[in-house]
Write a protein that binds this ligand. Structure first.
Ligand SMILES: NC(=O)c1ccc[n+]([C@@H]2O[C@H](COP(=O)([O-])OP(=O)(O)OC[C@H]3O[C@@H](n4cnc5c(N)ncnc54)[C@H](OP(=O)(O)O)[C@@H]3O)[C@@H](O)[C@H]2O)c1
Length: 436
């Protein structure tokens, strides 16, 4: 088969962009053997032409003008690896409208402006691919869209943020939140500004994309009910350990009787559950469907080379499927209703700091029972200063009912701190849970 030279362009030549160029050079022969094409970067958009680059771009490749890429008819495939919602979003729209295929690693862009971008791709008759935007090297988009085409996936459960997973595993072995964050920054897992990671915004963008693909109905970042890890205290970590559980930032997308619920929050995860074994900066996504029961994909969810490998695989897929229409279109073909706020159900853990005196336990039990929340496990710890900590694990409860019960509890004079509920992720029945 004669090799075809394919000129491609990058928007951005930072950590990921330079890694894309390095892999394209180092593995040009492998790519050619697999696809019959040699991908060659002819233009890369940057802000600063004079910056030192990890893997240098060829001469005349770097440019500060998007027009040089837009106006070049030889460039048919562009990888957006610059990040941010603007100007990246405007550039991607212009490229799609100009009839160029786009591959992006930008979760915030896809999760916020997916509808508009896919419409432009469809009108331009081109592809928009985004494998690298969710969990970098883990091929979850491709698996959901291609391999599980008829699996009827109804639940996606994942640890999709490596920074917070690293921090939580550090807290398990005794670090405070602040120490865990400092260590994540020292090792390069957390940005100087870690807001998107610790507030759950990064995980929420990925879960919005996964829910959209899994259920073929659009979910945007603002549709995801999100709680970060910044309110977890050492008492929660200790309580999880006693329950033979670990705390993880868990993203969950569920299809319940034709209604969709997408959320991200710290959860108590049973130590025997596959997600509990995901340690450090790794990511994992568990897919449950009628035809497959359960599949778990695990691996590095970030990193320049890891992300670049997904970007290149998407570019190769685009080239291999150009003109066939396969996977060209938006995954969305229907609009499913959201599950009503408060109707999502889960077992929960929470703890209360209460006065250590007779009658308090009965008032707590009464507030829960009045809201149809039943207790599966309860444990009391005296702290010796007239206060006690009550640790509670509930049976499956409606989120709305739990919040109403917790509001009642927070208003009691004997309760000293608003309780923070954690959903519990476990395949075991609650009869098996014992405080050690
Ligand atoms: N790094 C990872 O581990 C990872 C993992 C998954 C996904 N991603 C995603 O991949 C994308 C790129 O990440 P990265 O780590 O490679 O970022 P980065 O190292 O900061 O690189 C960004 C590149 O984009 C260029 N750029 C930014 N704004 C620009 C503008 N307004 N005009 C022209 N050029 C601009 C920068 O130019 P200069 O070099 O001149 O400043 C730089 O070359 C992001 O969407 C990120 O979320 C990254």
């Amino acid at each position: 088969m004669a090799s075809v030279d394919v000129p491609v362009a990058l928007l951005g030549y930072g950590t990921v962009g330079a890694a894309v160029n390095r892999l394209l050079n180092e593995q040009a022969d492998d790519i050619e053997r697999a696809t019959g094409h040699r991908l060659r970067i002819v233009k890369a958009l940057v802000r600063d032409l004079d910056k030192d680059r990890g893997f240098p771009a060829g001469s005349d490749v770097l440019t500060t003008s998007i027009d040089e890429i837009l106006a070049d008819p030889s460039i048919t495939v562009v990888a957006e690896v610059m990040g941010g919602v603007e100007p990246a979003g405007g550039y991607v729209l212009d490229l799609l409208r100009a009839g160029k295929h786009v591959v992006t690693a930008n979760k915030q862009l896809v999760a916020r402006r997916g509808a508009e971008l896919f419409e432009a791709a469809s009108e331009g008759g081109v592809q928009l691919r985004f494998e690298a935007s969710v969990c970098a090297a883990i091929p979850v988009i491709k698996v959901l869209r291609e391999s599980l085409l008829v699996a009827n996936v109804h639940r996606v459960l994942g640890i999709v943020n490596g920074t917070t997973n690293f921090m939580l595993t550090q807290m398990e072995v005794g670090s405070t939140y602040e120490e865990a964050l400092a260590e994540a920054q020292r090792r390069g897992f957390a940005e100087a500004d870690p807001t998107d990671d610790v507030t759950g915004a990064d995980a929420a963008a990925k879960m919005a994309i996964l829910a959209t693909i899994a259920f073929n109905s659009r979910y945007e970042l603002s549709d995801v009910d999100t709680i970060g890890i910044d309110r977890i205290d050492p008492l929660d970590v200790a309580a999880a350990r006693e329950l033979d559980m670990v705390i993880r930032l868990v993203g969950q997308a569920r299809l319940v009787d034709g209604h969709v619920d997408v959320r991200v929050s710290p959860a108590f995860v049973d130590r025997h559950h596959p997600l509990a074994a995901v340690e450090g900066a790794f990511n994992a996504v568990m897919l449950q469907g009628d035809a497959i029961r359960e599949i778990t994909l695990e691996g590095p969810g970030a990193g320049g080379v890891e992300t670049a490998s997904a970007v290149i695989a998407d570019m190769a897929s685009v080239i291999g499927t150009m003109g066939t229409g396969f996977l060209k279109n938006d995954a969305v073909w229907r609009s499913l209703p959201r599950l009503a706020p408060g109707d999502a159900t889960s077992p929960y853990y929470f703890h209360l700091s209460v006065d250590d005196r007779p009658g308090v336990l009965a008032r707590v039990a009464e507030a829960l029972a009045e809201n149809s929340v039943s207790i599966a496990r309860l444990r009391q710890h005296q702290n010796g200063e007239g206060r006690a900590a009550l640790h509670v694990v509930t049976h499956e409860a409606r989120q709305g009912a739990l919040h109403a019960a917790l509001e009642t509890l927070a208003a009691l004079d004997e309760v000293h701190r608003p309780p923070l509920p954690f959903p519990v992720v476990s395949d075991r029945g609650f009869g098996d849970f014992e405080w050690e």
